[in-house]
Every structure is written in structure tokens, then in C-alpha cells.
Design a protein around this ligand. Sequence first.
Ligand SMILES: [Zn+2]
Length: 258
Amino acid sequence: MNWTCPHCQRPQTLTDPQEQFGKIRIDIERHRQGSAALTYRIRGCANDDCRMLTITAELRKTFDGTGNVNNNYAPLKVWTLQPQGTSKVQPDYIPKALVEDYTEACLIRDLSPKASATLARRCLQGMIRDFCGISKNRLVDEISALRTAVDAQTAPRDVSPDSLDAIDAVRKVGNIGAHMESDINNIVPVEPVEAQLLIELVESLFDEWYVARHKRQQRFAAVAKLAESKKATKVSTKPTAPPSAPPLSSDPDAPGPA
Ligand SMILES: [Zn+2]
């Protein structure tokens, strides 16, 4: 059987020792999926440079009561358990749209480096727009406006010259450079390794910009809270009214003290 390893993209002919599969008949009563089984399949890559396992699972209809898979029906659900992209979990204070572009760029990096690079590039543009407040037609113009802002010290404080050097370094790489300088609708061929460079740039800017800013805000908030509690302690140690004084009523219509 001909098969292409999703880890290394190497087409190959699968032999028996390279594949293992099985199924679990679902005996749970009163569930909504009907007569079903969970099937799994594990394949090992024959490429010596890869040798990775690919693991998939499917939820499939079975003939009533037999546990035998009914191939007249398409799988109810298919999961690729491995490989499953290489994205890192990002904190929830990073805008959702940016994290989605990043995660999808990771998921399809090997299958479609072109689409992956396009998403990573859109994510990078989204970050410059959201975090730095710079918006131009082309990404390359936004990067140059960002450099001007950093030089003039008008950029957000977490955008260091190091961030810009990283962006520029990636921008100078072959097709990525063309990708950044072209219109957003132009598709430029990109290798998986180049798409990975863009993904790593996005990851490091998430850290340097959003995470660093969040940590600083948290530190300041903690200091402000401490200052507040110190102030409250000071107030409570002030001498209070003599105990003989009549208590003030909270009702404005109540007769005041004589
Ligand atoms: Zn492989």
C-alpha cells in the first residue's frame, strides 16, 4: 500500500511490520452515537531520517450488536493524534485572532508551507497593527514605519531594536522576503523550513511584546495593591473619635445629635 509519511512527506510502500490497527467496540448503553466502535491505526515511517509514528483514530458505525465496522458509512469522526502541528499554547490575553492564525500556521506548515507562511505573515501584520498601532497597505511599509517609531522612541516600550532585528533577519530570507514585500494576495512559494522561521518569529514576538507587557502590568498592579494596603493600615492607626461621642446615624432624615 502506498502511503506518504505526514512527518517527512516521504512517499513509501507500507509493509505489515510498519502498521498496527485495532478497534474497541463501544458497549456503553443509552448513548447518542448508536452502534459504534473506536478504531485506531498506527503507522511507522520507513525513512531512516524520520522513523516517526503516525497515529489516527476513527469513530465508526457498526452493524447492530456485532461490533463489526459497517463500511457503508463514512467515519462519524476522524482524529489525527500524531502529528498534530507544533504550536505552543499561548496565553489568553493575546488577541484570539492572532493566536488562531499562529496555531493554524503551525498545523499546516508541512502540508502547505505557502498557506502557513501566509497565515504567519498575516499574524505578524496583525501584531504590528494591534500592539504597535501601525497600519499601512503592505507589511514591509509597516515594518519600516515601526523602525522609524522605535528610532524616534514613539513605539511601545516592549518593541526593542532586537525585535526589529529579528523581523529584518527573517525578512531577508529568500522567498519570505518576497512574501513580505508583495501584496497580501500574491502567493509566493515557500519551503517548510522558511515557514518555520516565520512561525518562530511570531512566537518570539508574542513573548517579547505581549507576555513581557503583561508581566510588567502585573508587577505594577502588585506594587499598587501593596501601596494601597499600606495606606489602609496607616488610616486605621489614626486616633478614632472618643468613645463617649454619640454614633452618627446613616439615615439623613433621622434627628441629629442635640
Ligand atoms: Zn517520515
